[in-house]
Design a protein around this ligand. Structure first.
Ligand SMILES: [Zn+2]
Length: 78
């Protein structure tokens, strides 16, 4: 299993290190990740990791709530 991952030519950065940070999940959701390699790695990790997939949904909800707050002007963000 581990050998297959190491031999894969795809970037496994996010699989081999830690989980994706909330900050990166947020950037991913907002479409701020423009580096193709990073984007692929993020997507692959989320697909392979149920934990991060769940957190990605939480971040998406959080970001959308903040966005709605910005639009309605009910939230004071910097
Ligand atoms: Zn993860």
């Amino acid at each position: 299993m581990r050998k297959n991952l190491e031999n894969s030519k795809a970037t496994r950065h996010y699989l081999s290190v830690e989980h994706i940070s909330d900050h990166d999940l947020e950037r991913y959701h907002l479409g701020m990740v423009v580096d193709e390699g990073e984007l692929t790695a993020l997507e692959e990790h989320v697909l392979a990791c149920p934990e991060c997939a769940e957190r990605a949904e939480e971040v998406a909800r959080y970001v959308d709530t903040q966005r709605a707050a910005i639009i309605t002007g009910g939230f004071d963000l910097e």
